[in-house]
Design a protein around this ligand. Sequence first.
Ligand SMILES: NC(=O)C1=CN([C@@H]2O[C@H](COP(=O)(O)OP(=O)(O)OC[C@H]3O[C@@H](n4cnc5c(N)ncnc54)[C@H](OP(=O)(O)O)[C@@H]3O)[C@@H](O)[C@H]2O)C=CC1
Ligand SMILES: O=C(O)C1=N[C@H](C(=O)O)C[C@H](O)C1
Length: 249
Amino acid sequence: MDSLIRVAVVGAAGRMGSQVCRAVEAADDLELVGRFDVDDDLRDLGGADVVVEFSVPSASPDNVAHCVGQGVDVVVGTTGWDEERLARLEQQIADSGHDVGVLIAPNFAVGAVLMMRFAEQAARFYESVEIIELHHPNKVDAPSGTAARTARLVAAARRSAGLGDVPDATTDDPDGARGARVDGIPVHSVRLRGLVAHQEVVLGTEGETLTLRHDSFDRVSFMPGVLAAVRAVGDHPGLTVGLENVLDL
Ligand SMILES: NC(=O)C1=CN([C@@H]2O[C@H](COP(=O)(O)OP(=O)(O)OC[C@H]3O[C@@H](n4cnc5c(N)ncnc54)[C@H](OP(=O)(O)O)[C@@H]3O)[C@@H](O)[C@H]2O)C=CC1
Ligand SMILES: O=C(O)C1=N[C@H](C(=O)O)C[C@H](O)C1
């Protein structure tokens, strides 16, 4: 048998991190060599080949930079990776002197990746589009990373097709009822006890609508994608954004 991939988890005490630790321990080809959480010194990362990072948006860039500096590949699920952060990370990878791979995905559920792809494909056929993301009330960031990425993909597809702004006659909205705009696409965030992670992309044109919906009812839904990324990241030096890059989509 090939040697085991040694994996450390950062954010290991969290909802996702603890689930990842269980998934790694259950996989025959992986070995869990480190659990790190807030205030832990990451140092040599327990001798890991790959770090899985699920912490908080404010801490993730420093954690990932530490891994890159150590020459350790990283799979990142934490949200908050905007263009500026991604550009800084790309530079850190280039400056590190290591042939290191970092794979960042806003959503590791296969269905969510497909939903984003389908929304991108559908975008050019519809004048209107809005995104509704629904999550558990302990989530600290809004809109979700998945919604933000979906909006950017849809907006880019609309631009390529020559579509203009989504139609909206609203002139009076003192309480922000029309939601946020991400790259021009309306995004609405719901936080509700009982939910895990859900998203609808609603597209509309004259006489018809199309609704794409994905539901993660349990965090186990993210694990096949996380483990696929752990196994693949070593073959993807540099920065990769999106699980679709290792799913052959
Ligand atoms: N890509 C994907 O598929 C998914 C992404 N996510 C994203 O993953 C992230 C984590 O989500 P979730 O697990 O629900 O959140 P949790 O709050 O449950 O877990 C985060 C963990 O990170 C810890 N932490 C805080 N600061 C640091 C630090 N500096 N270094 C290391 N650990 C730290 C927290 O500790 P403490 O609580 O003490 O602060 C906590 O234990 C979020 O950004 C979320 O949006 C979530 C689900 C799927
Ligand atoms: O915080 C969560 O729970 C989730 N975060 C990610 C996001 O912001 O898109 C992925 C998934 O939606 C669950």
